[in-house]
Structures are given as C-alpha cells and as structure tokens.
Design a protein around this ligand. Structure first.
Ligand SMILES: Nc1ncnc2c1ncn2[C@@H]1O[C@H](COP(=O)(O)OP(=O)(O)OP(=O)(O)O)[C@@H](O)[C@H]1O
Ligand SMILES: [Mg+2]
Length: 288
C-alpha cells in the first residue's frame, strides 16, 4: 500500500507543481491521468524517492520516504521507468540489463543471469537480447525500460507515460504486459491517454494543476457524463450554446458533432452513451 498525505511540491520560481495531494493506493493497477504539466512526473518521482517533496508524507509499504532508512527499504521494493528514458545504444539488451542489475546491487553473477533471463522472457525480448539497442523499435526500447524496472523483483512498479510514441499494436502489447505484471505487483501508471486507463486500470486519479480532481473507477468517471453527451447534426454550422465539441464527423446530412452539455433543442440532439473520454473532458470543463 502506498499512502500519500498532503503532499506539496514547489519548484524554484514558486512553481507549485503539487498542491496538497492525498491518495491511498492499494490496487493492483492504479492510473494517474492528467494533461501536460498537471504534476504526474513530479508525483511519481517523489513516490519513487528521487525527488524531495516540499511538504507532506509518503509511505511505501509502510516505509516512510522522508527517512533514509525508510527510503532504502522502499528502494529495494520498487522499480521505476522514467518518462525520459535513455538507453546505451551501443549495448545489447542483455548487456544493458546486466549493467542496471549491477547498479541495483545484484552482485551474484548467477542470480543476475537468472533474473535477466526472467525479465527478458516477461517482456518477450529473449530472441533479440543480443542485438544492439540502436536497432530496436520504439516499442522494443520501451519494453527494455520495463525489463530494467522489473530487475530485483519489485513489489511496486512506477511507469511514467510508457505508451507515448508507440503505434497502436505496441501500445496494446505494452498494456497487456503491464496487466500481466499487475498479478504480482502494484503498478502506478501515468498517462494522458484516456484509453490506456480504460483498458487496464480499475482505479484511477485525475490530477489537474497539482490537485486530485477525481478519484474512482473508470465507470464512475464515465457516469459523470451520463445524460450530457449528444449527437447534433447541422449543415456545417458549429452548434452554439454551452456545449463542448468532442469530435466532428462528415455525414450524408451534413456535419455530425459529438457534444457535451445541453445543446439547444432546435438541433434535435440525440442522446448517446458517454465514453471514458467524454467523462474526462466533462471533468476538465468543470470550473476548478
Ligand atoms: N525541475 C523543475 N523545475 C521547475 N519547474 C518544474 C520542474 N519540473 C516540473 N516543473 C513544473 O511543474 C509542473 C508539473 O510538471 P510535471 O512534469 O510533474 O507534469 P506532468 O504531468 O508530468 O506533465 P507531462 O504530461 O508533460 O509529462 C509543470 O508546471 C512544470 O513546468
Ligand atoms: Mg510527465
């Protein structure tokens, strides 16, 4: 269990990245959803013990991250895939993982070998493990990132935007991989892609401007937009009034808009079932 209490982070220049976050994370796969600059990376780095908060408290499986002892104990239990993940391009995956394993203190070479084989198997890179990283695709590189985070058998895996820049197939593959991992460890996954969350997390928080604005299951976020999503078809004129346009599609009769809010009855709107994205956009359109 990860407990976050009244966590704040103010960067130099009085940039308030986190404004009092309270979260208890117990679930197997926890999603952190938020726009660019919302504070996701800041929060994850603090939980991983890589960044000091300005105020507040974080405990990881009961270990207080504010103390050296707690941090050391927690470090052995967690794996982290940073958002910006650099690889040593001239190394092979196996060489790179060997290097990371040594850094993680796995000094026994037989154990290291065994763990590397295990993680390579998990991320399905065993066949190409002796190829240089520079020949890997974006998705393969991301899987090497997951593999290095898994070395040492973490109980908590923190992955910051792992699906960015991946094609749909690789994205699905990575999501499935993480779902498999979630059987044996707690995962905190950040993303700004709503669909990543919908597919894999049963518990999530939405953060905006350094504050939690929603906490619950995807279906609760969807529920928020119930009765507020409509199709409106016009001859091309954008529907006015207090509605947010989610998408636009050319149809035989003109232009069909998917809108959130209460469109004018003049348009003869048809009510439709909300998606998670509708719920998210609805939330983002509410006044803070
Ligand atoms: N080292 C830093 N110094 C100053 N400000 C920072 C620093 N790192 C982040 N910030 C600011 O803190 C806020 C939160 O940034 P953070 O990187 O945590 O957001 P994010 O949700 O991860 O965004 P993204 O989706 O773009 O990765 C932003 O306003 C950002 O500009
Ligand atoms: Mg980030």
């Amino acid at each position: 269990m990860i407990e976050i209490q009244n966590l704040t982070k103010t960067y130099k220049g009085n940039i308030q990245a986190l404004k009092g976050i309270d979260l208890t994370i117990e679930n197997k796969m926890f999603g952190l959803l938020g726009a660019n600059g919302a504070g996701k990376t800041t929060l994850m780095r603090i939980v991983a013990g890589l960044l000091k908060p300005t105020d507040g408290r974080v405990t990881v499986f009961g270990h207080d991250m504010a103390t050296l002892k707690g941090k050391q104990a927690a470090k052995g239990l967690l794996g982290y895939l940073p958002q910006e993940f650099g690889l040593y391009q001239t190394l092979t995956a196996r060489e790179f993982l060997d290097y990371v394993a040594i850094l993680k203190g796995i000094t026994d070479s037989q154990r290291r070998q065994r763990e590397i084989d295990e993680v390579l198997e998990k991320v399905r890179l065993s066949d190409v493990a002796n190829r240089r990283l520079k020949s890997y695709s974006g998705g393969m590189k991301r899987r090497v990132g997951i593999a290095q985070a898994l070395l040492g058998n973490p109980k908590l895996l923190i992955v910051d935007e792992p699906t960015v820049g991946l094609d749909p197939e690789e994205r699905v593959r990575l999501r499935n991989l993480l779902s498999d991992m979630a059987a044996t460890c707690t995962i905190i996954l950040s993303t700004h892609i709503v669909e990543d969350i919908n597919q894999s997390c049963n518990d999530l928080a939405v953060i905006r401007d350094g504050a939690v604005v929603f906490r619950g299951a995807p279906r609760d976020l969807i529920q928020n937009a119930k009765g507020k999503v409509w199709h409106v078809t016009t001859d091309g004129e954008r529907p006015n009034g207090g509605v947010a346009i989610v998408s636009t599609r050319q149809v035989q009769e003109g232009v069909q808009y998917r809108v959130l809010g209460q469109p004018d009855s003049l348009y003869q709107p048809t009510a439709i079932e909300p998606s998670l994205e509708d719920g998210y956009i609805w939330l983002m359109n509410q006044q803070p």
